[in-house]
Design a protein around this ligand. Structure first.
Ligand SMILES: [Zn+2]
Length: 595
């Protein structure tokens, strides 16, 4: 259900983002229209789901994600990396393999810790080794459930402390391996208040006696738990902690504000707490979201096992798929509109109404996906670019007047190749088409000021490997790396075009060996629109230069796309290599030849 939209709209959107936030002129209707377009493209990332991996449960989750416009979900319940009996694959490996095989690109998995050796000497090192193993197996992050401080006990029956020093090595290893931590500590404040029908969370508590922690002989006080987590965050400044459920304290906005301000390595997700956050003064909440717009992440606590859970559950009849769509629609409504006093998405959490906070589009996209893409950059699924087949060859014109371009699904270069920082104001759109003879690529690049060599060289390729700053890639360019031979991942062709239409191609014969004498005889055309500040370029690359075997419908080649914009110090990548060099074949995405 990809909606079509005009090129003009895209450019207008990227420029709107460079304007001061929260302009009074931005209407709720236009924000919602923009958010609908993101959902149509499946750009939203849900950072907080729990999927009990089975083919049926994954299918149900994906069906609902498709319907509501969530492209990627983080499954926080990926399991432990402890090998199965007889050395068989771990729960984590089995879950990841199943999700990656059945629904590639739709889930990333967080790993969980196996505490069974807690009482044995050397547990600290053993826990750190679990993290290393998870990293090796492709865990995108680490999740700890609320069991620390409330459920897990040592051999002597004492509750494990959230800030137990035995876990320090493990927290540190997460940071060293760039694995973000999502951590749940404590629970709603009301779970520490008397267990009776006057408790505002009674509808939940009466069905879950084990969620009540008000017995001071058995459980630490609520605030003690939150403070112990803050000590862990303070001790590990190199580890990123996503404190779930709005920092586990949706009740106290000032506390969340103070904690975020104290710990730069702290983030929060929204999972299952909009009903609680939505009770506060919406203007105060909105200010907090604007202040921490780079550190708040969308997440729902959507759960699929034999039943669905939409934020919370009790003994009531299970929700349907249609209920799940309503649940997500209410999430959007709270973030995107300014509606007051309406019935929230998880009625079992309490009998009150909430008021929406109507975020501006530039902040919404951070909450919906930009912040998550940055957080997960090392583990993002490899992207796909579909090249649409042409029935005729195309005239290169550089301004996309040919309606055939609009039939191609766009991808975007928005992230720094180095560290995944998102640059929406430079969002560069790329489309691909193919004919029996050629591959066509188009780039659309918003700019502020062009940095180019003048005059352009046409007699030879501009490069000098012995000197810095004099080669074509040292100024503004768009680039494409294309590898046709799956058996030779370190062999691929490289193409570069500058806004002056100066161009260069070369063959990476076997990385790092490059053949600059190689030529594909590709053509390019560039149009610079100085009024709307967009430069566009189209490339026509003879397929026979890339491969002896011509592609057919269904062929997959390897591809990565880049753009350098010197004025904005941007080196954007389609699939960020997370490295100072673009030449990381493991991070190449997929070029798919489709009908
Ligand atoms: Zn959860």
């Amino acid at each position: 259900m990809i909606r079509t939209y005009t090129t003009t709209w895209l450019i207008a959107a990227s420029w709107a983002l460079s304007q001061p936030l929260a302009r009074a002129t931005e209407s709720v209707a236009s924000t919602r229209q923009q958010a609908d377009a993101w959902r149509a493209e499946h750009r939203t990332i849900d950072l907080h789901q729990h999927i009990d991996c089975s083919p049926e449960h994954l299918a149900r989750a994906v069906k609902i994600m498709d319907a509501v416009g969530v492209g990627l979900a983080v499954n926080l319940s990926g399991g432990t990396v402890t090998r199965g009996p007889d050395g068989g694959p771990s729960e984590f490996e089995r879950n990841k393999r199943m999700a990656d095989t059945l629904y590639p690109g739709r889930f990333v998995q967080y790993m969980n810790l196996d505490y069974s050796a807690w009482d044995q000497p050397g547990f600290a090192e053993q826990a750190a080794r679990q993290i290393e193993e998870g990293h090796r197996l492709g865990a995108a992050g680490f999740k700890e459930f609320k069991r620390l401080g409330l459920y897990l006990r040592d051999g002597a029956g004492r509750l494990l402390k959230v800030d137990d020093p035995k876990l320090d090595l493990m927290w540190r290893r997460c940071g060293e391996l760039h694995m973000p931590v999502s951590i749940h500590v404590a629970d709603p404040k009301a779970f520490w208040l008397p267990y009776d029908e006057r408790n505002e969370r009674w509808r939940e508590l009466k069905d879950h006696k084990n969620w009540w922690f008000g017995d001071t002989n058995k459980f630490p006080p609520w605030k003690t738990l939150l403070e112990s987590l803050n000590r862990v965050i303070a001790r590990h400044p190199e580890t990123t902690f996503v404190c779930v459920h709005f920092a586990n304290n949706a009740e106290e906005l000032d506390w969340v504000d103070a904690s975020l301000s104290r710990y730069p390595n702290m983030r929060v997700d929204l999972a299952a707490r909009i009903p609680e956050i939505g009770r506060h003064d919406p203007d105060q909440v909105r200010r907090l979201f604007l202040k921490y717009q780079d550190r708040i992440l969308f997440g729902t606590d959507f759960q699929v096992d034999d039943r669905l859970i939409l934020g919370s559950s009790g003994n009531e009849p299970p929700p349907t798929d249609a209920d799940a769509e309503v649940f997500f629609a209410k999430e959007w409504r709270w973030l995107e509109t300014r509606d007051r006093n309406w019935e929230h998405m998880t009625p079992i959490q309490g009998d009150w109404t909430i008021s929406s906070i109507g975020l501006p589009a530039a902040v919404l996209r951070k909450v919906y996906f930009d912040n998550a893409r940055k957080l997960l950059v090392a583990a993002l699924p490899l992207p796909h670019l579909q090249a649409r087949r042409l029935s005729r060859d195309l005239d290169l014109e550089g301004h996309f007047d040919d309606p055939l371009w609009q039939t191609a699904k766009p991808v975007r270069l928005e992230q720094s190749g180095l560290d995944g920082t998102v640059r929406p104001e430079l969002s560069t759109t790329v489309r691909a088409l193919w004919s029996p003879r050629d591959l066509y690529l188009s780039y659309e690049c918003p700019f502020t000021r062009l940095t180019v060599f003048q005059p352009p060289l046409s007699s030879r390729k501009r490069f000098d490997l012995s000197r810095d700053g004099v080669s074509l890639w040292d100024r503004d360019v768009v680039e494409a790396f294309i590898g046709a031979d799956a058996a030779k991942p370190r062999r691929y062709a490289e193409f570069e075009v500058a806004p002056t239409n100066e161009r260069l191609d070369l063959m990476v014969v076997e990385l790092p060996d490059k053949d600059f004498d190689w030529t594909s005889h590709f053509q390019s055309v560039v149009k610079v629109d100085t009024k709307s500040k967009v430069w566009r370029c189209e490339l026509r690359i003879p397929l026979s230069a890339l491969s002896e075997t011509l592609p057919a419908v269904g062929t997959h080649w390897r591809l990565n796309l880049f753009r350098c914009d010197r004025a904005n110090r941007a080196a954007l990548a389609w699939s960020p290599p997370v490295s100072a060099t673009f030449h990381v074949p493991e991070k190449f995405g997929v070029l798919e030849f489709v009908e």
